[in-house]
Design a protein around this ligand. Structure first.
Ligand SMILES: [Zn+2]
Length: 198
């Protein structure tokens, strides 16, 4: 079956705004399985989404099911293939949306951020993001980017800083997610020291 565009005529038409990272629509590959009588599945495979549906689904029911599943999974796109350039574009879009158009001089993935999710050098206006965040959903990565961008405006964790960070709607959810994720990472490596919140 050919790739299926989940919402070609959706509300986020191409070129609508600069949220490129959020609005780049992945291809969706539909696979049918006769063994799955009732269940369906959807997951990321590389840069596209695979949706597995029962073979008996046809027409509108098939389109609706595929669309619904693809949308659900799309929000949880891992950041495995996101390069530094895309990371920068994402930071610019987030700065534009939440932090009065603030943008870093540079933002890069870093394999040396083992105790932190990210770090910011306000003087140099540079940001580093831990490679470990390649494995979290995009909205969690975005919360960390917003946190580091906010340090370009306020280097401390003051009340003003919290106010800036909380402009990103899922800031608190992301903190909860990262606490659990940190615990999982620590258990996996046998290192139970808490990552710094920076
Ligand atoms: Zn911080």
């Amino acid at each position: 079956m050919p790739p299926y565009a989940p919402h070609a005529a959706g509300p986020h038409a191409a070129g609508e705004d600069t949220h490129a990272a959020e609005h780049s629509r992945p291809d969706v590959e539909v696979r049918t399985s006769t063994r799955r009588r009732k269940t369906v599945a959807a997951y990321w495979e590389g840069d596209h989404i695979v949706v597995v549906v029962p073979a008996h689904l046809r027409g509108r029911a098939l389109a609706t099911t595929v669309d619904e599943l693809a949308r659900r999974v799309e929000r949880h796109r891992p950041n495995l293939t996101l390069g530094d350039e895309a990371l920068h574009a994402r930071a610019v879009a987030l700065g534009h949306a939440y932090l009065d158009d603030i943008r870093p001089a540079s933002i890069r993935w870093s394999s040396r951020q083992q105790k932190r999710w990210g770090s910011c050098d306000p003087a140099e206006r540079t940001i580093r993001i831990s490679e470990r965040l390649r494995h979290v959903p995009g909205w969690v990565l975005d919360a960390v980017i917003v946190h580091e961008l906010a340090h370009l405006l306020d280097a401390s964790h003051s009340a003003r800083f919290r106010g800036l960070v909380d402009r990103y709607p899922r800031s608190a959810d992301a903190s909860v997610f990262l606490e659990g994720y940190a615990l999982g990472c620590a258990c996996a490596t046998g290192d139970l020291q808490e990552p710094d919140d920076t």
